[in-house]
Design a protein around this ligand. Structure first.
Ligand SMILES: [Mn+2]
Length: 382
């Protein structure tokens, strides 16, 4: 007998429907949610972090779209409104899903939706979905019997959220304590993302840079300038702005990295395994953040990365073709006796293979074409 079905997916990254919004699979996602809502048994639907892309979502101020560093509750609420307007279909499907008494919707926090720590943001989502009790916001992880899901940003030092100090004060107001690197992305790279909206959807990044030298130079230059300013200029220029404080932690980390000659990009898995030394046999661990798809089954201890739901492509070195990544989710069936069965399921979408050279010529055009293929209309792109 089935006790419960658990569905876990992540990194949806719903934004404002502008050029920095990378989510276009509204139809596929709402179809999945609507299908789940028809299940006659209890279903826990877990959105495992970065569901809402507050980080790349602009704030509308006096008619123009800006990317402020100081994120008050009011700013987050206004961003949430843009996300809702751009992706209403998904919200409506979620609403339908929790209309059933034994269905539950869970959101774990990721680095892109840290704004969920604001009470009014959570209340607003609950009211948009029309039910208070069946929507649950989890600080870090979802857990049921032997199932564990967590976004994974806590194992990546660049995006780790400081849960002991979630807020800062600036000009008498409470603002989010966003880590240094995501803040750099907000204030330095969103404009670049608007200029190159498609390129950030392409992996692997090293290969993209190798085949697109001018982009690499642009990013290297911009990063260097921002980094130098963050050390020598901003802390003095904006002395009373806590978001421009000297990035002390970063230097400690760099000091350790120099000592250990550790220059790899932080993968989530090794650090996760180190922190959770007692991964249990028969348990299933689901992680997001890193947008790769993988299943690791070590003698019954299972770790799954279902990958992302935002639009992404894999670049082929030989022919410069761009293969759209298929969307996946984890299905776990929990029996009455607590035993688990899992499957990494694919939602197959008919999408064209693109070409890097063509994308380089007109990124906006390709953004719109991809959206059209999925039947999505980006609200703020014309
Ligand atoms: Mn993330």
């Amino acid at each position: 007998m089935l006790q419960k079905e658990i569905i876990i997916l992540g990194d949806v990254e719903m934004g404002a429907g502008n050029l920095t919004d990378d989510f276009i699979s509204d139809n596929a996602l709402s179809d999945l949610i609507l299908e789940l809502s028809k299940r006659p048994h209890p279903v826990d639907l877990v959105f495992n972090g970065d569901t809402f892309d507050f980080q790349k979502c602009p704030y509308q101020e006096k008619g123009s779209l800006i990317y402020p560093r100081h994120i008050t509750e009011k700013v987050s609420l206004s961003k949430l409104n843009l996300v809702y307007l751009a992706h209403k279909e998904v919200f409506l499907a979620m609403k339908e899903f929790i209309n059933i008494p034994f269905h539950r919707l869970y959101f774990t926090a990721g680095n892109h939706d840290m704004d969920l720590v604001y009470r009014k943001v959570r209340e607003k989502i609950r009211s948009l979905l029309g039910n208070k009790k069946r929507v649950r916001f989890l600080k870090l992880h979802y857990r049921f019997k032997g199932v564990y899901a967590e976004h994974g940003q806590q194992y990546d030092f660049l995006t780790r959220i400081n849960f002991r100090k979630l807020f800062l004060r600036y000009k008498g107001k409470e603002i989010l304590n966003i880590p240094f690197v995501p803040l750099a992305l907000i204030s330095q790279f969103m404009k670049m993302k608007e200029e190159h909206p498609f390129l950030e959807r392409i992996t692997p990044r090293p290969l993209l840079f190798q085949l697109h030298k001018s982009l690499m130079r642009k990013i290297t230059f911009s990063t260097t300038v921002y980094f130098l300013k963050s050390i020598f200029y901003y802390p003095l220029r904006y002395f009373f702005d806590p978001t421009h404080a000297f990035p002390k932690n970063l230097f400690q980390e760099f000091y350790h990295r120099v000592k250990e000659s550790h220059w790899d990009i932080d993968e989530v898995l090794p650090s996760f395994k180190k922190k959770k030394r007692s991964l249990k046999k028969g348990h299933i661990y689901v992680l997001g953040h890193v947008h790769k798809q993988s299943v690791e089954d070590n003698g019954g201890t299972v770790i799954i990365h279902p990958g992302c739901w935002r639009d992404e492509y894999i670049l082929d070195k030989e022919n410069k073709a761009l293969y759209p990544v298929q969307k996946k989710y984890v299905q776990i069936l929990v029996s009455e006796d607590g035993s688990l069965r899992y499957e990494l399921k694919e939602v197959s979408l008919k999408r064209s293979i693109l070409n890097l050279e063509e994308v380089k010529l007109d990124e906006k055009k390709q953004i719109l074409m991809a959206a059209e293929e999925e039947g999505f209309k980006p609200r703020l792109v014309n």
